[in-house]
Design a protein around this ligand. Structure first.
Ligand code: ADP
Length: 273
């Protein structure tokens, strides 16, 4: 537990001591918190400041590439490579900004009820478009008329991160299945792939910022190394958790699990008849 008062934050812990006693440990973490806030603000400011010049550079590069005769054919590929790299930097900055916005605000803004059928179909089409038809992508949903209470933009971003990872880490002709189901007290959205898989020693660390099993593969496929930490933050804000199971060479399943208290059932044409 932590305790705040007049600019001071104390972390309080009660630990067993001896056979029937308890020890109260109190630690002043105000300085640590202050440094953490400074770090977050710094990242947010740097990302914000980098965004504008990068947009300008990207814009001029695009104009040069499109301008007939402006760039000799022999150097055109270099310009295209520069443009690709500015794109990568832009994605990185966008992800850093998203992450710092998530870290800086405690609660999810503007919660509404998100229709899960529509969301699943949207994710399916995004997956197909990312995969360029190279994977077999399917959806399986328990019933129509299900809604999840949450922030639409955030949940969409978390789920599409999982879909895009499945596409990026699954070789051609692999299978990807998006599933929505309930189990016990939870409602679950899972993305299962028959991709490269992940060694068990990496699983606990995947949601750390910039943690990547294979740096070059992540870079090749346009990764920033921030996707899963964004996913984890979003799920936590929705009282959800991320469960990862995987086997090298066989594939992975990433499951977002939310308490059923977030689920709303509404009658639809299909389930009232
Ligand atoms: P990245 O942008 O590198 O993909 P993420 O945070 O989304 O960053 O994922 C972190 C790492 O987790 C990836 O670099 C990759 O090694 C691993 N990973 C994520 N999703 C999958 C998947 N579906 N199959 C195999 N490995 C995955």
């Amino acid at each position: 537990k932590s305790w705040h008062a007049s600019g001071v934050t104390l972390e309080i812990q009660l630990v067993p001591f001896g056979s029937n006693q308890k020890l109260l440990i109190s630690r002043d973490i105000s300085q640590m918190e202050k440094l953490e806030t400074m770090r977050r603000d710094f990242i947010a400011n740097v990302s914000h400041e980098l965004r504008t010049p990068l947009t300008v550079v990207g814009g001029f590069l695009e104009t040069l590439i499109d301008m007939e005769g402006a760039v000799p054919e022999s150097t055109r590929t270099y310009f295209a490579m520069m443009q690709e790299q500015t794109g990568r930097m832009r994605r990185l900055i966008e992800d850093l900004l998203t992450l710092s916005q998530l870290e800086n605000s405690l609660a999810s803004p503007q919660e509404s009820e998100i229709e899960l059928d529509t969301l699943m179909n949207m994710l399916l089409h995004e997956g197909i478009s990312l995969s360029h038809g190279k994977h077999d992508i399917t959806i399986e949903s328990i019933e129509p008329g299900l809604y999840l209470k949450g922030t639409a933009e955030e949940l969409h971003s978390a789920f599409s991160n999982l879909v895009s990872n499945a596409v990026r880490y699954t070789p051609e002709h692999g299978k990807i299945q998006l599933k929505l189901y309930t189990r016990g007290t939870e409602v679950l959205f899972s993305v299962q792939d028959t991709g490269i898989g992940i060694g068990v020693e990496h699983i606990d660390r995947l949601t750390e910022r910039f943690y990547r099993v294979d740096r070059s593969r992540s870079r090749e496929t346009g990764g920033t190394g921030l996707g899963l930490s964004i996913v984890k933050h979003i799920l936590t804000r929705h009282q959800g958790r991320l469960v990862i199971t995987s086997e090298i060479g066989k594939g992975s399943t990433f499951t977002a699990a939310f308490p059923q208290s977030r689920l709303v059932r509404r009658p639809t044409e299909a389930n009232t008849h």
